[in-house]
Design a protein around this ligand. Structure first.
Ligand SMILES: [Zn+2]
Ligand SMILES: [Zn+2]
Length: 334
């Protein structure tokens, strides 16, 4: 991302790891709809310039003084959200919320990310070993899988037997959310998605029902569970999807906003069922990324990928914005 926003291809120098830092040779970096938003609100991310890419996996290529215990060539996935590591928030394990580096910092999120030959990671604690997983396909385990995993963990009290989860948006994050819900919860999973190919893909991944957003979602949800949805994950975040999420919510249920389209929902005492919570959810932490990697290694979740060259990234991000990006996750391979 150049200074002031937008997306362009540029030559960057190969980074040199300093004390505590680790250099990763990039195998692939996932393209995310939030790259569209990041390029559009550059001031939130420090103004640029920096390399995009917050879903990166690769091989350890070197490290600076003070780093111990790494093996050159070992495959890893890099956690993108980097805190200061020393403040009270970081020390309780919420580095993604670190107030010292606020509002936001990390790979492709203000600092240089993984859409390049090399990624410089500030500390070894942000790397999770992939074992036998192929790093060319593993970058989206961070973000595309970690973000819904963290949100689903927070909602686990609602995702019990007889519960119903709605996933709005079956793109890159959505296709992981469906698999994670099926792997770790007993909820019936209803997917909302306008694109027919992605609806049918959602059913292939284990969703119980896939609905077009114009096709009486509230009626279909309430036919399955008269109370409504126990939890709705809005992975899009427009005015329309937030209204849809509110329309299916149950009393004491949850609406979780993850999608980056920056739409709004007018909130008052009567706009949601009683005691329904509406909150955002942001990324996750390395200890949760380890759990996501374990789910993938056990075969419970799979990132469905297609690969493209770095010079094809600007066009692919434009297609994410238009919504004609196909199924699964596109991965830039340097
Ligand atoms: Zn993302
Ligand atoms: Zn901190």
């Amino acid at each position: 991302m150049p200074v002031g926003g937008g997306i362009e291809l540029a030559d960057v120098p190969q980074p040199d790891p300093g004390p505590g830092q680790v250099l990763v040779r990039v195998a692939g970096a996932g393209l995310c709809h939030s790259d569209v938003t990041i390029a559009r609100v550059p001031d939130f991310y420090g103004g640029g310039p920096f390399t995009l890419g917050h879903e990166t996996a690769g091989w350890i290529a070197g490290w600076g003084p003070g780093v111990v215990g790494l093996e050159e060539g070992a495959p890893v996935v890099a956690h993108a959200e980097w805190g200061c590591g020393g403040c009270a928030t970081c020390r309780r394990g919420d580095e993604r919320l670190c107030p010292v580096v606020a509002p936001i910092a990390g790979a492709g999120l203000g600092a240089n990310g993984g859409m390049a030959e090399y990624l410089l990671v500030p500390a070894a604690r942000y790397l999770v070993a992939l074992g036998d997983l192929d790093p060319r396909d593993a970058g989206p385990l961070d973000d595309a899988a970690l973000t819904p995993y963290h949100a689903i963990r927070r909602a686990r009290d609602e995702l019990v037997g007889g519960s119903l989860a709605v996933v709005i948006g079956a793109g890159g994050v959505g296709h992981m959310a469906i698999q994670i819900l099926k792997a770790v919860s007993a909820a019936t999973v209803v997917v909302v998605e306008p694109n027919e190919a992605r609806r049918s893909f959602a059913l292939d991944l284990g969703a119980d029902v896939a609905v077009h957003p114009d096709d009486d979602l509230a009626g279909q949800v309430r036919a399955l569970r008269p109370d409504g949805a126990s939890v709705t994950f809005d992975l899009v975040g427009t005015d329309a999807t937030l209204a849809l999420a509110a329309s299916v919510a149950s009393p004491r249920g949850r609406v979780v906003l993850i999608g980056t389209k920056l739409g709004s929902f007018s909130f008052n005492l009567l706009s949601l069922p009683w005691e329904c919570r509406l909150h955002t959810s942001y990324a996750g932490e390395p200890r949760e990324l380890e759990e996501v990697v374990a789910l993938a290694r056990a075969g419970h979740i799979t990132v469905h990928t297609r690969h493209l060259d770095l010079d094809a990234v600007p066009a692919a991000i434009a297609s994410l914005e238009r919504g004609d990006h196909g199924v699964g996750r596109a991965i830039a391979v340097p």
